[in-house]
Design a protein around this ligand. Structure first.
Ligand code: NDP
Length: 446
């Protein structure tokens, strides 16, 4: 058996019933075989065995009281996967599907993503099976305060710096920060995605979506293309999806879909600035369902329980959640003429779908590279907090563009160097891994 298949077997044995974690590790290990063959010192130091084992996992009870006075109990997690490159860094997800396996997959992906940014960021991920949908602001606050009471001893600006993710937006970050400050008696950069008036960075809300489009633009440039006139499908309608639509539109493309967990809206006339403002108000303020879009704009149709992948498009941006593009969806996309997929979400494409994209040699940006803009600007938020300074939008946007260009270049180059030109899945995995593995070698057996 080869070194990588031994390690995969170990992962499956040691982490039973965690299919998403197995999926993420398998994809990365597939890419790393030629690297560990060339760099024999990695095997001697058992770098892969250490790389797939989280440094620490914290699981805690989160009791809180709802508006009717009833006691509710959720489960909270923080997976501190790797501190090879810096303090643990990664978001908190509040969604009923959250479990340990999903957070381990997300934290594992985060190691490579954070490495690709070239910023000093380790990797973690956390969250809870709490569902903010349908809860009052007061209920969300009580939950966040209880969650942070349990977590606050394990995080800190030089230890572990969480951010938002699905279900954890501005409101939740505010409540979490407030409770951390009260319990620890300090005002520090312990979370990113903070409000602009109290330590947040400009462009952090936009960063993941904009970065995903900048990454796609870099891919287009390799084939002499641009967004001008391109029809784009987008899934999700949260933070990432909203800013993908905004940036694609600014660059001359037309986005024709959005979705949520209930269904998809298809608007062939395009989601322009005014319609996007409606979506932002609907989703971020009123916390309503995407179906209301089709009730307001009659050009659009609502497709209950459907995803947007059967809609004819040039480019697709999955921005909702993991495993939302199956092999059959990928075949449909490519068959309908889609030539670019840039992943705003983490691992949105099932392995069979990834194979379809690679086999057809379309431009395919895997999430850990294409959506790294969010954590990159979180890294810039940490830098600004440490310096007690605030940069302008132009400064942050310029740095974000540069980082996305550099990530694309690093992945492109690594894919070529390891014999798989154009395969950015392999390129991103290899480029991200080598920086982490070398740091682990330098830091000894810890
Ligand atoms: P939001 O909570 O703002 O939005 C999530 C969107 O996806 C909502 O429209 C939600 O619909 C939909 N969604 C969530 N779960 C499911 C599901 N199981 N099935 C169908 N639709 C679903 O989250 P973000 O926009 O922040 O995150 C979206 C993706 O991007 C995630 O994969 C996240 O990990 C990734 N990401 C986010 C970053 C960030 O900076 N925010 C950074 C890098 C990656 P509904 O409202 O019905 O739940």
């Amino acid at each position: 058996m080869s070194y990588v298949s031994d390690v995969m077997e170990l992962v499956e044995r040691r982490n039973p019933a965690e299919p998403e974690f197995h999926q993420a590790v398998q994809e990365v290990l597939n890419s790393l075989a030629p690297v560990v063959e060339r760099r024999t010192e990695y095997k001697e130091a058992r770098i892969l065995e250490r790389f797939v084992e989280p440094e620490r996992v914290i699981i805690f009870r989160v009791p809180w009281r709802d508006d009717a006075g009833r006691v509710q109990v959720n489960r909270g997690f923080r997976v501190q996967f790797s501190s090879a490159l810096g303090p643990y860094k990664g978001g908190l997800r509040f969604h009923p599907t959250v479990n340990l396996g999903i957070l381990k997959f997300l934290a594992f992906e985060q190691i490579l993503k954070n490495s690709l940014t070239t910023l000093p960021l380790g990797a973690g991920k956390g969250g809870s099976d709490f569902d903010p949908k349908g809860k009052s602001d007061n209920e969300v606050m009580r939950f966040c305060q209880s969650f942070m009471t349990a977590l606050c001893g394990h995080i800190g600006p030089n230890v572990d710096v969480p951010a938002g993710d699905i279900g954890a937006g501005d409101r939740e970050i505010g409540y979490l920060f407030g409770q951390y400050k009260r319990l620890r008696g300090e005002f520090s950069g312990v979370l990113t995605g903070k409000g602009l008036g109290w330590g947040g960075s400009v462009m952090r809300p936009e960063a993941t979506g904009y970065g995903c489009v900048y990454f796609a633009e870099n891919m287009l440039i390799t084939r002499g293309g641009s967004f001008e006139g391109k029809v784009c499908t987008v899934s999700g309608s949260g933070n990432v999806a909203q800013y993908v639509v905004e940036k694609v539109t600014q660059l001359g493309g037309k986005c024709v879909s959005l979705s949520d967990s209930n269904g998809t809206v298809y608007d062939p006339s395009g989601i322009d600035e005014e319609k996007l403002a409606f979506v932002m108000e609907l989703k971020n303020m009123r916390r309503g369902r995407i179906r209301e879009y089709a009730e307001k704009y009659h050009d659009a149709e609502y497709r209950e329980s459907e995803r947007p992948w059967d809609i004819k498009c040039d480019c697709a941006f999955p921005c909702a959640t993991q495993n939302e593009i199956s092999g059959a969806d990928a075949t449909l996309l490519v068959g309908n003429g889609c030539t670019l997929v840039s992943e705003g979400a983490n691992m949105p494409t099932e392995p069979a779908g990834v194979n379809v994209f690679l086999h057809n040699k379309i431009l395919y940006g895997p999430g850990k590279a294409a959506n790294a803009g969010g954590v990159a600007v979180s890294g810039l938020e940490m830098a600004q907090n440490s310096q007690r300074t605030v940069w302008t939008s132009e400064e942050v946007d310029g740095r974000l563009r540069d980082i996305m260009r550099a990530i694309h270049e690093a992945a492109h180059k690594a894919a070529e160097e390891y014999g798989n030109p154009g395969n950015l899945v392999m390129g991103a995995n290899v480029a991200g891994f080598i920086r982490v593995a070398d740091a682990m070698l330098d830091q000894g057996l810890v």
